[in-house]
Design a protein. Structure first.
Length: 85
């Protein structure tokens, strides 16, 4: 059976390039999420919780085990206003 050896170079290139793109996307997403897997299907509740986490820990993916909130937590919330039409 004839083997198309000349097709292996582009095949290898395509394989390596897909692998590089996927790995770079993985690294980029994890770097933005403090090394954790990215979140998907985020709803309004999740956004509120991530906003709270950001106010508690400084990052939307950060977590805190301290039972007492930091002092500025009482005043650093954002009051969302109604969007004008
Ligand atoms: C992304 O990287 C993490 C750890 O570095 C690994 O566990 C995970 O399987 C990778 N995901 C993909 C889709 O390669």
């Amino acid at each position: 059976m004839p083997v198309p050896w000349e097709a292996l170079i582009p095949f290898g290139l395509v394989t390596v390039m897909f692998g590089a793109a996927g790995t770079l996307l993985n690294v980029s997403k994890r770097a933005q999420n403090q090394g954790k897997p990215p979140r998907y299907h985020i709803d309004a509740w999740d956004e509120m919780m991530m906003d709270r986490d950001k106010r508690l820990s400084g990052h939307i993916r950060g977590q805190s085990s301290n039972p007492a909130a930091p002092e500025d937590f009482a005043t650093n919330s954002v009051w969302y206003t109604e969007r004008s039409r």
